[in-house]
Design a protein around this ligand. Structure first.
Ligand SMILES: [Zn+2]
Length: 272
C-alpha cells in the first residue's frame, strides 16, 4: 500500500496570512515547523491505516519548506523544484492513494484562507474542460491520470468542501474555519494534528477495503483555459504553440492531463 502525501502550506494549522508562508518573512520559520507537524500527523495516520510506503511531496513555493530533520523517519521526501510533476511529484501507476495536506481553496472562493490557484499574482481563473478548477482539482486530475484517487484532504472548511464536490466522499480534516481571506478560527496543532492523523488513518483503511473514492479522470483531449490577472500576461503567454486568445484568457488543448499540467505551468512561466 503506497501512499503519497502532497503538501502545500496555506492550509496548514494556524496559517491566515501570506507573511506566514513567505520564505523571507520572520514568521515563516514557525509555520514551516507547523507544516512539518501536519505532514507528520498524516504520515502516522497513513501507517496506522495500513500504508507500507509513504512518500511526501513538498509543494509550496520552491518546495523547500518541510523540515526533514523533524520528518517521521518512515517517510521519504520529495523536495526542491522544478520537478516533472511539481506538487504531485512521485505519483505514478504504482501509487495507491494520495492525501492532500495544507491545501487551500481555488481563487474566488468566499471565506477561504489565502484562496488562489497556483499564483495569486497571475491567475484570475482556471478551467479544465469548461469546469472551474483550483489546485486540488488540478493536482487531483494529474493523480487521476495515473489511476490514483485522492482519498483525504486537510485544510480550511472551504477546501474540504471543494474536495468533496470534486472527488466525492474523501476523508477531511478541517483545521480552521475561515471567516474571510485573512481571518479564521483555528485549532491549535495539538488538536488539529489529531484530526489529520485520524482522517488519514480512515482514508487508508477505506482504500484497503476497496471503499475509496474513484480517481478524478478528466476527458481527453483536455481543454485548458487560464484567465490571467493582467492582459500583458496573456500577451506573453500567447507564444505557446496552438494558444487561442480571448481578452485576458488563453486556451490550449492538451492530449492528456499530464500535458495539460505542463502547459499550465509553461503558460504561467511565460506570463511572468
Ligand atoms: Zn502554497
Amino acid at each position: 500500500m503506497k501512499i503519497l502525501i502532497a503538501a502545500d502550506m496555506e492550509g496548514v494549522t494556524g496559517v491566515v496570512h501570506w507573511d506566514q508562508v513567505n520564505t523571507s518573512h520572520p514568521e515563516y520559520g514557525r509555520f514551516r515547523r507547523l507544516m512539518t507537524g501536519d505532514v507528520n500527523a498524516a504520515i502516522r495516520g497513513a501507517f496506522e491505516g495500513g500504508a507500507t510506503e509513504v512518500t511526501v511531496t513538498d509543494g509550496h513555493a520552491y518546495s523547500r519548506n518541510i523540515l526533514i530533520e523533524e520528518l517521521d523517519p518512515r517517510a521519504r521526501l520529495n523536495s526542491g523544484t522544478p520537478s516533472a510533476l511539481s506538487m504531485v511529484q512521485g505519483v505514478d501507476l504504482e501509487m495507491d492513494g494520495v492525501l492532500f495536506v495544507g491545501y487551500h481553496a481555488r481563487i474566488g472562493t468566499q471565506n477561504a484562507i489565502l484562496e488562489h490557484t497556483w499564483s495569486d499574482e497571475r491567475v484570475a481563473n482556471l478551467w479544465i474542460n469548461g469546469k472551474q478548477f483550483g489546485e486540488s482539482g488540478l493536482n487531483g486530475a494529474v493523480c487521476g491520470h495515473f489511476g490514483v484517487p485522492v482519498i483525504m484532504i486537510a485544510g480550511d472548511q472551504a477546501v474540504c468542501t471543494e474536495a468533496q464536490e470534486l472527488f466525492g466522499k474523501v476523508e477531511t480534516a478541517v483545521v480552521k474555519w475561515a471567516a474571510g481571506r485573512f481571518a479564521a478560527e483555528c485549532l491549535p496543532p495539538e488538536v488539529s494534528q489529531k484530526l489529520i492523523q485520524a482522517a488519514a488513518e480512515r482514508a487508508v483503511r477505506r482504500l484497503k477495503a476497496g471503499k475509496a473514492p474513484k480517481p478524478l479522470q478528466v476527458e481527453t483531449p483536455v481543454q485548458l483555459k487560464v484567465d490571467f490577472v493582467q492582459s500583458e500576461m496573456a500577451d506573453r503567454a500567447m507564444i505557446f504553440p496552438g494558444a487561442k486568445r480571448s481578452e485576458r484568457s488563453i486556451e490550449v488543448v492538451a492530449e492528456d492531463m499530464v500535458s495539460a499540467y505542463a502547459a499550465f505551468r509553461a503558460l504561467l512561466a511565460m506570463a511572468r
